[in-house]
Design a binder for this molecule. Structure first.
Ligand SMILES: Cc1cc2nc3c(=O)[nH]c(=O)nc-3n(C[C@H](O)[C@H](O)[C@H](O)COP(=O)(O)OP(=O)(O)OC[C@H]3O[C@@H](n4cnc5c(N)ncnc54)[C@H](O)[C@@H]3O)c2cc1C
Length: 367
């Protein structure tokens, strides 16, 4: 997002160009009960979709209802015991509005603490238009590794962490030990808690597992001829209450000139997508074509990361669960320091990974 200054600075420093999403013209499309509803303004949406929304909600964009509520809301105390859903209901969210919030908010409103949800929604609303890193986000890590080739070793999975008084030893999959007086574990929460700690997992570290919940996001990529959208007079944003909740095109074209269509699933939509995904590309393909029949050129290319079988994948982001109180656990003790997006103010964003790196450096310098 434009507000993610650390990512912008690093991309500039590494000379990785940023590409803007183009300005879009044409109708938006909402898939509803087998129909494809075109609309330009929320007021264009038919009654069977908006029935049950409050008069105010009917004037807002259905996919941004959670942001509309967050925009005008008073700040919340961190120890507010309510879930985001309870808080939104207190603000007047209708039953019908709930269906929209559950679909389009990336954080599950029932599971997430109201204060955390509000913080994330405010960031999302203030983020401005997004950009992409040319060639994909992995170029950041690849360029850093190339610049510091002497100091960075890649593809070295760590299995065990031996914690000493003034040093820590990491034992990799090949059984090689790496000793240091400070070790920064820059890992998402899932892989972090899966490591084998000796003499045992420190309590301060386990507390992160109790203080955060890991959420998954599955992204499916398909190739599509971008001219189809112009011919149909629609934008790339095709939405629906079921998977795919929202589609959009990456601004870069593939080598064959085709555009890459993104479709994401979160929360309750995941089960269906996971099932199709595990049955193979053909099933995933069938599912997406069935849901987006207007795109004739659509062809599924990748169908998301295998987070259940690949132990290095930690999930898309963590959130603060409902009922959680007080300040977050500490970020380090003895020779160990934590870093990574999950322990930052921007959980779920690359900006958070960079912010946490700054915090880790300060922590090391302080000690
Ligand atoms: C589908 C999806 C879409 C996203 N979209 C965006 C977006 O549009 N914008 C945005 O800003 N962010 C996005 N994110 C979030 C962003 O990718 C993360 O916030 C960011 O990558 C977190 O960085 P990190 O350094 O904390 O962890 P990671 O990037 O996960 O880095 C951790 C590294 O540690 C490695 N590792 C794990 N276990 C071990 C081990 N035992 N030994 C050695 N190495 C290990 C992993 O392989 C990985 O390379 C998205 C994430 C997902 C999953």
């Amino acid at each position: 997002m434009r507000g993610h200054q650390r990512v912008h600075r690093l991309a500039g420093d590494l000379r990785i160009p940023l590409i803007d999403y183009p300005l879009l013209e044409g109708d938006l499309v909402f898939r509803h009960r087998g129909r494809l509803l075109r609309f330009r303004l929320p007021s264009d949406l038919p009654a069977d979709l908006t029935d049950g929304l409050s008069p105010w909600e009917k004037t807002r964009w259905p996919h941004r209802l959670h942001l509309a509520y967050s925009e005008n809301a008073d700040p919340l105390a961190d120890d507010d015991p309510r879930s985001a859903l309870q808080w939104l209901r207190d603000l007047g969210l209708s039953r019908r509005g709930e269906a929209f919030v559950r679909t389009f908010a990336t954080l599950d409103p029932e599971q997430t603490s109201a204060a955390h949800f509000l913080r994330i929604a405010r960031r999302e609303a203030a983020g401005g238009n997004s950009q992409v890193l040319a060639g994909g986000s992995d170029r950041l890590t690849e360029a850093l590794a190339a610049r510091h080739a002497q100091s960075i070793r890649r593809n070295t999975p760590i299995r065990s962490v031996l914690i000493g008084e003034n040093t820590a030893t990491l034992v990799d999959a090949a059984g090689v030990a790496h000793v240091a007086d400070h070790v920064v574990l820059a890992l998402p929460l899932g892989p972090l808690l899966a490591l084998d700690y000796r003499p045992g997992q420190p309590r301060w570290l386990s507390r992160w597992g109790e203080a955060r919940v890991v959420a998954h996001e599955l992204k499916v990529h398909a190739q599509v001829d971008a001219r189809e959208f112009a011919t149909l007079g629609i934008r790339q944003h095709i939405m629906g209450l079921e998977f795919p909740r929202m589609t959009w095109l990456l601004p870069e074209r593939s080598a064959n000139g085709k555009a890459v269509l993104n479709a994401t699933a979160v929360h309750r939509q995941l089960a269906l997508v996971k099932e199709a995904r595990f049955r193979g590309v053909q099933d995933m393909h069938r599912l997406l074509r069935q849901r987006l029949p207007l795109l004739r050129s659509l062809e599924v290319t990748t169908h998301g990361e295998d987070w259940e079988n690949n132990p290095l994948i930690g999930g898309a982001y963590t959130y603060v669960p409902t009922g959680s109180r007080g300040s977050p656990p500490v970020l380090g003790e003895g020779p160990l320091v934590l870093a990574g997006s999950d322990y930052s103010d921007y959980s779920g964003w690359m900006e958070g990974a960079l912010q946490s790196a700054e915090a880790a450096v300060s922590e090391i310098l302080r000690s």
